[in-house]
Design a protein around this ligand. Structure first.
Ligand SMILES: CC(C)(COP(=O)(O)OP(=O)(O)OC[C@H]1O[C@@H](n2cnc3c(N)ncnc32)[C@H](O)[C@@H]1OP(=O)(O)O)[C@@H](O)C(=O)NCCC(=O)NCCS
Length: 231
């Protein structure tokens, strides 16, 4: 990622974030999007045991056993839930868990803005579920109470307001492997704009150290509000 950073005045969701217990389920035409809980562990493990679903993760391999999934789950359950804004994605018709996603990092090391990620079980790819999830998720994200803050962010991610040089419209960030066409299409359909592309050593276990080209995307708060995709 580029080395030019700038300090901006912007808005961000108030921290601590509301805990899972205070987050209302989100309903769309085909999905129920709600915080996961401990008794979702078996289905969460089935998602994380799929090599295809795990391709976009830092480690890049499926969980070896349910204990690895339990450990991953503990990162977003109470008492750590006030640092992430993650949801399980369930089919409304059957109640089964088909994916998960949300903001897993409130301050991305790549560009300073909150960072979004998601993964879905391969049987459900190509049916518009990720796009349906992300549109509804963004509405919940932009609706969180906000405070005015100063934040160091990557310069090229910033769109400044006219009033002041140091003020910047709030952004949410995501990145994708340049070859991950599915994920890039999801982001672009929701209005995310590509602002960077860079190559770094891969962290995935089967490709460790090999060059990985990533594309950085941002969506500004105003634009996000215009791209609500709920039924
Ligand atoms: C990326 C991912 C979430 C997409 O989920 P999805 O439910 O299939 O996404 P959607 O159906 O909403 O949209 C995907 C779009 O990309 C297209 N697409 C998917 N894979 C593609 C490919 N290999 N080449 C070209 N287009 C592709 C789909 O046809 C669809 O386009 P359309 O809306 O014009 O028909 C899913 O593939 C996944 O979980 N991958 C593994 C984890 C991952 O990569 N997460 C993202 C990390 S950055």
């Amino acid at each position: 990622m580029e080395s030019s950073w700038t300090l901006v005045a912007t808005t961000l969701p108030c921290v601590p974030l509301p805990p899972n217990s205070q987050r209302e389920p989100i309903r769309t035409k085909r999905l129920v999007i709600r915080p996961m809980q401990e008794d979702d562990l078996q289905s969460y493990h089935e998602l994380r045991a799929q090599p295809e679903a795990m391709t976009g993760t830092a480690r890049g391999r499926p969980d070896r056993d349910i204990d690895e999934s339990r450990s991953a789950m503990s990162d977003f359950l109470s008492p750590k839930d006030d640092k992430m804004f993650l949801y399980g994605v369930f089919l409304a018709s059957t109640g089964e868990l088909i994916g998960e996603g949300g903001v897993h990092n409130l301050e991305s090391s790549s560009c300073g803005w909150p960072e979004i990620g998601y993964k879905f079980r391969k049987e459900f790819w190509g049916q518009g579920y990720a796009t349906e999830f992300l549109g509804a998720f963004l509405q919940a994200w932009w609706s969180l109470p906000r405070s005015h803050v100063k934040r160091r962010v990557c310069s090229s991610s910033v769109s400044r307001t006219k009033d002041s040089e140091s003020e910047a419209t709030e952004q949410v960030y995501a990145n994708a492997d340049v070859n991950n066409i599915g994920s890039r299409k999801v982001l672009e359909k929701l209005g995310f704009i590509q602002f960077s592309e860079w190559t770094e050593p891969d962290t995935q276990e089967h490709r460790i150290g090999q060059p990985l080209t990533l594309v950085g995307y941002c969506l500004s708060k105003k634009k996000g509000k215009d791209t609500i995709n709920r039924d």
